[in-house]
Design a protein around this ligand. Structure first.
Ligand code: SDX
Length: 428
């Protein structure tokens, strides 16, 4: 592999260094491009070919369907780790020892109380408000109740902010759901595990004891691990670019939640269920929806299919599909939606349009089926995605600040009007 790339512009040749990553990915470092060419830049809508940073957190290979967090395969982590272990690994770079894990959890619990005045904010939302909009607002509001900005150069300060948001975010998630349901907003119990506590805060009925269901606890723990990070996806890039202006951690996370909300991104898990429901109500006519997905004049996309990076099966989709079978069987749930999903998947995997474009099921295709079996409302699915992605966002934000990345400010190519004189209104 040559150590430089040569670009010829206006008859002049310019060399740019080639950087090779630890997984032998190759990048051309163009930071000197404008300077040496007298102002020439690149353009790459959606950044399909452009890297924004060097990162040590997550590696994925879209062609081979590989996903690793800090070098550990997603398959092993989903099978052998718990969500807090994975959160610690993503943020601090190593799997925690038992002592570190127990202290991490204890510190998270100690910071999990949310200022009661937050209830006044959540009370102001109409029940019709989408939970992602509520959650983004509440996360941003945390800054008002926790004004101290993060001194990223202080390990203690950074650790304190991490355990604070990991403690308070699940409370905001549970309160967001319960507010819509007209249920009291309360806390779980510090005697429970992280995921068990999330479930109790979400589902405990005021007049009943809450009985944990290990199948659901294990399924949610696995789903949160599978969603925990995914390198420079839309919402993570949002968290990084907002943080690059030295905006606070909570403000950056709030922006990430808004980016994740979009149906092309994390909002797809809700859109998948709505699509499958529509197909079921339409008599299970998957062919009609396949035709819509392929019709260039129809904005409809087959939700849960396709991916910017994976041009093979999304490894998370494989794991979630297997879990969906197991969880529904263990819960004794016979959901016709699952059969429709499997039928649609088979049709798409054998359809030339999808095969040629390498469109496979992604993380969002099956996750909603499990969330629904767990009793989570459809409009809360993307909130559950955000709960899982939280440690990844924190890890990426921390890495960006520790590496002292410059403020993100892309260039553009101007294609508008050239200079023209002002016209008085009576002359227009
Ligand atoms: C997530 O980036 C991440 O890592 C995201 C994520 C994470 O963990 O953070 O993995 C989570 O967001 C998963 C993706 C969830 N979104 C959906 O399921 C929505 C449906 N998928 C599509 O909108 C689309 O596949 C995207 C947005 C996911 C990717 O779009 P790209 O990379 O911009 O690809 P594209 O739109 O250029 O599509 C290439 C071709 C086009 O056809 P042609 O113009 O070549 O004829 O494939 C077609 C597209 O029309 N296509 C689809 C399709 N996805 C792409 N056609 C029908 N149905 C689809 N789902």
């Amino acid at each position: 592999m040559s150590d430089k790339a040569t670009l010829e512009v206006n008859g002049n040749k310019h060399d740019f260094p080639i950087i090779v990553g630890t997984e032998n990915e190759v990048a051309i470092d163009i930071k000197s491009l404008r300077g040496v060419t007298g102002g020439v830049t690149t353009i790459d809508a959606g950044y399909k070919n452009t890297g924004s940073c060097e990162s040590e957190i997550t590696f994925l290979d879209g062609e081979k369907g590989i996903l690793r967090y800090r070098g550990y395969s997603i398959e092993e982590l989903a099978e052998k780790a718990d969500f807090l272990e994975v959160a610690y690994l993503l943020i601090f770079g190593e799997l925690p020892t038992k002592e570190q894990h127990d202290k991490f959890h204890a510190d998270i619990k100690s910071k999990s109380i949310v200022d009661d005045d937050v209830r006044k904010i959540i009370d102001a939302f109409p029940k019709s408000a989408h939970p992602m909009g509520v959650l983004s607002s509440l996360t941003s509001a945390l800054t008002a109740f926790n004004p101290s900005s993060v001194n990223v150069d202080s390990e203690a300060d950074m650790y304190n902010s991490v355990v604070k948001i990991l403690g308070k975010f699940p409370v905001l998630v549970a309160w967001t759901m319960r507010k819509k349901q007209g249920l009291p907003l309360d806390y779980g119990s510090n005697s429970l595990g992280y995921v068990e506590n999330v479930l109790k805060m979400m589902f405990k009925q005021p007049n009943e004891d809450y009985v944990q269901n290990k199948i659901i606890v294990d399924a949610l723990d696995k789903l949160l691990i599978l969603h925990a990070d995914h390198e420079q996806n839309c919402s993570t890039s949002t968290v990084r670019i907002v943080g690059s202006s030295h905006a606070g951690l909570f403000a950056s996370l709030s922006a990430g939640i808004s980016a994740l909300w979009g149906p092309l991104h994390g909002g797809a898990n809700q859109a998948v269920l709505e699509m499958l429901e529509a197909i079921r109500e339409d008599g299970g006519d998957t062919k009609k929806y396949m035709a819509k997905a392929k019709d260039k004049n129809d904005p409809f996309r087959l939700m849960g299919f396709g991916h910017r990076v994976y041009k093979n099966f999304d490894p998370r989709a494989r794991i979630i599909k297997k879990a969906a079978d197991e969880v529904l069987a263990d819960l004794g749930v016979d959901d016709p939606i699952l059969e429709i999903a499997k039928g649609l998947e088979q049709e798409a995997l054998n359809d030339d349009y999808f095969v040629k474009r390498k469109l496979y099921p992604n993380v969002d295709f099956y996750s909603g089926i499990i969330y629904r079996a767990m009793g989570i409302p459809t409009d809360m699915f993307t909130v559950m995605f955000a709960l899982g992605r939280l440690p990844g966002w924190i890890a990426q934000w921390r890495e960006m600040r520790l590496r002292k990345e410059p403020i993100g400010r892309p260039r553009q190519l101007y294609v508008g009007e050239t200079l023209r004189p002002f016209k008085k209104i009576e002359k227009r």
